[in-house]
Design a protein around this ligand. Structure first.
Ligand code: AMP
Ligand code: ZN
Length: 212
């Protein structure tokens, strides 16, 4: 088990305090300031051209590193086609979604466990598939919203989306009210039954589950 020194504990609490004081942050973590695409929510389209973030690309998709990673590994797979979000994906996009899933799975390392899927209500424009290791151990995880967006039904597995399109011809996303409920759900460790008092407590607790 990992022992925490007073210094690490203080750093974690300080990180949380600084976050609470800051204003103007978009849901994903970055400051809400315009980018080359004109609005913070267009930042992923600009990031697809940023050599510091691009990991790979082919005819159909670009893979970038998430600029505010919520875990040890956090990638986004984005189509080159201008599809605004999972909400506008249709059966016509089935082959593309399967390709994104395949490219996403190729990013997974064998030593880590990964999740691959979509946020029910994305904050950033351009369809994007999250490929994220399940440690959630990152300074960018600061709020309950950050936590719950990856650890409740707000996060929808890529295979579920593909199956819905194959079987029913359309994607059924949770309602606005359901999404709100997921975001407001009390914090809980994603690996055991631990119920933390608050985010700093949870951030300290999850270090128990980090193996290396
Ligand atoms: P979502 O809530 O599904 O829209 O997630 C958007 C993701 O994009 C979050 O994980 C953010 O950390 C990430 N993100 C936000 N801005 C940028 C950016 N400019 N470049 C790369 N990733 C970003
Ligand atoms: Zn736990």
């Amino acid at each position: 088990m990992l022992k925490l020194t007073g210094e690490i504990r203080t750093k974690l609490v300080l990180e949380m305090t600084t976050k609470r004081k800051s204003t103007g942050e978009s849901p994903g973590g970055p400051p809400k300031k315009p980018n080359t695409a004109g609005h913070w929510s267009g930042g992923l389209v600009a990031a697809m051209e940023d050599p510091k973030l691009v990991v790979s690309s082919d005819d159909l998709v670009t893979v970038i590193r998430d600029a505010y990673p919520k875990a040890k590994y956090h990638y986004l797979v984005l189509p080159k086609e201008n599809i605004s979000s999972i909400k506008s994906a249709t059966q016509d996009h089935l082959d593309l979604l399967k390709h994104m899933d395949k490219v996403g799975r190729e990013l997974m390392t064998s030593e880590d466990t990964f999740k691959i899927g979509y946020h029910a209500e994305p904050s950033m424009q351009r369809l994007h598939l999250h490929v994220i290791s399940d440690d959630m151990n990152s300074p960018c995880v600061k709020t309950k919203k950050h936590w719950n967006s990856f650890n409740t039904e707000f996060f929808i597995d890529s295979k579920v989306i593909i199956e819905q399109l194959e079987r029913k011809g359309k994607i059924k996303l949770p309602s606005k009210d359901k999404c709100k409920e997921y975001m407001e759900r009390p914090l809980k460790c994603h690996k055991c039954d631990y119920i933390p008092k608050h985010m700093p407590d949870l951030k300290i607790h999850i270090l128990k589950h980090v193996t290396s």
